[in-house]
Design a protein around this ligand. Structure first.
Ligand code: CMC
Length: 433
């Protein structure tokens, strides 16, 4: 008998099956042969939230949640955060290897020269209410881009795909900054192609009357590092949306709008916004014990804590903590950082958090840095989306090139009524006398 197999005995029938194991996984379809009787559909797995289901094979990002390891294409996140840049990391995620000097120059040239958006998008932006949440605006304008690039539906053409990749990485910051400027009633600041990716984003966000915006190099670097840390995270909720929606062969703008919409939720990319609201609500370190009590009573969750995969520590949060100190040297120390540090200290000693394996995640400190850099809270999930763009695109491209990929179409375990006959309305049992 081969070693890499699983032997399953169905106690309903007494039959035994041998199922191959490959890369630590069995194929769910191999369970379908297990039937209680010939008319049976066959055995399926029930896995809400996909806690133990691999939906694809991927060579992009590796996470070991127990050891706190995160690697993009084999490179440790700590090395990339310290030595790479966001655009180089984006190239790595999408192409699988670090670029040569010429490849990087080409890549940066293309992305820099796709930063402008069609002027009509400004009219689309103007249609939103003055107080529209920038993430809602970002998601909508992203979807709107598909109407500007009808060629994008040719997803099996590598050259067409390359162009959309340039456009999406280049235009995400422009859409994001324009969404912000609209929400504060400021004129749109156009991209400045002399600046770095992060520097240009700061320019489009904050430029006022100066002829040439000069980003603070420490803040520019910090933002670039934050983008690197957010660039991919294997099969998270929004990436799953990107792959799931993209599996219908829709254009990447529509798929990425779906991914960004998933990121908007408070349990995912919206968590950094929630962290800041929570820290403000706590207001003072003396209120922390009472807040922890509410968390343990399950009245509230400690936002920025916990992760489906990391059960020891989130390596991104360790790097972010260091970046925070660099940023505060420029911006001054945020009073919220002291509340956050004390909250972390108390929580990490508390039995509830220890037994539930709850540690600070990437969102716990990122919001405090963004706030110190003068980003409004509503922009936090948008910042996350800019960083995650290359990851979504890399995963989308990988899916399209995977011969195993099919349209995402999960099953259900049906627990509703058996077949019954339609009754005319006057013959139905009345419950509303
Ligand atoms: N505060 C208090 N209790 C928590 C928390 C928390 N933040 N997270 C999980 N728990 C408890 C939960 O109540 C449950 O307890 P019990 O077993 O006693 O019922 C247990 O831990 C397991 O929780 P779960 O919801 O089944 O865990 P999950 O793996 O489905 O959820 C999570 C992961 C990230 C959604 C969750 O930890 C959470 O809601 N955290 C707060 C939101 C947050 O910070 N999200 C950002 C995630 S990192 C950025 C990203 O990748 O999106």
């Amino acid at each position: 008998m081969a070693n890499d197999t699983l032997t399953v005995t169905d106690n309903r029938t007494g039959k035994t099956y041998e199922i191959p194991i490959s890369n630590g996984a069995i194929r769910a379809m191999d369970l379908r042969q297990i039937k209680a009787n010939p008319g049976d559909f066959g055995l399926v797995t029930y896995d809400p939230g996909f806690s133990n289901t691999a939906c694809c094979k991927s060579a992009i990002t590796f996470i070991d949640g127990e050891k706190g390891i995160l690697r993009y294409r084999g490179y440790p996140i700590e090395q990339l955060a310290e030595r790479s840049t966001f655009l180089e990391t984006s190239y790595l995620l999408i192409h699988g290897e670090l670029p040569s000097k010429r490849q990087l120059d080409d890549w940066m040239f293309h992305i820099t020269h796709h930063t402008f958006i069609h002027e009509n998008i400004k009219q689309l932006l103007d249609g939103f209410r003055y107080d529209a949440h920038p993430m809602g605006v970002f998601v909508s304008t992203l979807a709107g881009l598909s109407t500007f690039y009808p060629e994008a539906h040719k997803i099996h053409d590598a050259g067409v795909r390359d162009r959309q990749v340039y456009r999406l990485i280049a235009k995400a910051p422009t859409l994001a900054a324009f969404a912000f400027r609209h929400s504060v009633g400021m004129p749109y600041a156009y991209p400045d192609n002399d600046l770095s990716y992060a520097g240009n984003f700061l320019n489009m966000m904050f430029r006022t009357t100066e002829a040439k915006f000069k980003p603070n190099p420490v803040l520019e670097h910090a933002l670039d590092v934050l983008f690197v840390l957010h660039a991919d995270h294997e099969q998270n909720c929004s990436t799953n949306a990107m792959r799931g929606v993209g599996s219908s062969d829709v254009d990447p703008y529509s798929a990425m709008a779906a991914a960004a919409a998933a990121l908007f939720g408070p349990l995912h990319g919206g968590a950094n916004e929630e962290v800041l609201k929570m820290l403000r609500e706590i207001g003072d370190t003396k209120n922390i014990p009472a807040y922890i009590k509410r968390v343990k009573n399950k009245e509230v969750r400690l936002m920025g804590f916990g992760h489906r995969v990391y059960k020891n520590f989130d390596p991104r949060s360790t790097i972010i903590k260091k970046v925070a100190e660099q940023v505060f040297e420029v911006t001054g120390r945020s009073p919220l950082i002291d509340i956050a540090l004390e909250l972390e200290r108390i929580a990490l000693q508390d039995d509830y958090f220890i037994t539930h394996k709850l540690y600070p995640n990437v969102d716990f400190y990122s919001g405090i840095i963004y706030e110190a850099m003068r980003f409004p809270v509503a922009m936090f999930p948008v910042l996350f989306a800019i960083g995650r763009t290359p990851g979504w695109l890399a995963q989308w491209e990988e899916m399209l090139g995977d011969p195993d990929h099919r349209i995402a179409r999960p099953l259900q375990v049906f627990i509703g009524s058996a077949a019954r006959d339609y009754a005319p309305i006057d013959q139905r049992q009345k419950s509303d006398k």
